[in-house]
Design a binder for this molecule. Structure first.
Ligand SMILES: [Zn+2]
Length: 227
């Protein structure tokens, strides 16, 4: 159906306030977007950096929005993960990229690497939200996007039932390096949300072990209170 006709028959609404949207390609209205709690700081140390200190060696880290249970950020993330279009997720990746680019002191990465999803899950959902975010970041920062540098081999349905140690062991075996890292000095890892930080730790360590000297991290959201 032509988009204009579609918009008349099914007027697009904001996924957060259900108000009418002026632009059909977006999913939240400007008011809701401005009300999303920011984790990103224009200057100084980012909250996500503080949370990862001493756990993993990082060049820098940034997260755009703050996430807490029941927050509008949680609703947004859920939508981007399960109900969205890849183009919409990509647009949020561009917002991440613009925030990163605004901090000119941050060293530009050579490549952008999304946290992978198991291929079965990727097929089920139709896309990997981290990969679409990474594509948006790469477009703004004008860096190479390497979506298949890492892979997720373990197709565990959920790790939430496991204890901390079991979960760590499972996660540390779940990710693998799949491609050459030759010529990569600085990689930027991308994920939708950082909660326990275990996934990022494992992926960053894999890149370091393979010879990548600097690793940075950027996520769309950071769950400050859950750490
Ligand atoms: Zn709204």
């Amino acid at each position: 159906m032509i988009q204009v006709v579609k918009d008349v028959l099914f007027p697009p609404t904001c996924i957060l306030c259900r108000g009418k949207l002026k632009q059909s390609h977006s999913i939240i209205c400007l008011t809701c977007e401005l009300n999303l709690p920011l984790s990103f700081r224009q200057h100084g140390v980012q909250p996500i950096e503080r949370a990862l200190w001493g756990r993993v060696r990082l060049e820098w880290a940034s997260a755009l929005y703050a996430f807490s249970k029941g927050s509008s950020t949680q609703e947004l993330l859920h939508f981007l993960k399960y109900n969205s279009q890849p183009e919409t997720v990509h647009a949020f990746g561009q917002k991440m990229g613009k925030a990163i680019a605004s901090r000119t002191e941050l060293k530009k990465p050579d490549v952008i690497v999304p946290v992978p999803l198991h291929r079965k899950k990727r097929k089920q959902r139709g896309y990997n939200q981290a990969e679409e975010l990474a594509d948006g970041v790469a477009a703004v920062l004008k860096c190479k996007h390497r979506p298949f540098l890492l892979s997720r081999e373990d197709h565990a349905a959920s790790l939430t039932q496991l204890g901390r140690t079991d979960r760590w062991q499972r996660i540390s075996r779940a990710y693998q390096l799949k491609e050459e890292v030759e010529g990569i000095d600085h990689a930027l890892l991308i994920d939708d949300v950082l909660t326990t930080g275990a996934t990022i730790e494992v992926c960053a360590n894999l890149l370091h072990e393979a010879g990548v000297s600097r690793v940075s991290v950027a996520t769309l959201a950071f769950a400050d209170k859950l750490l």
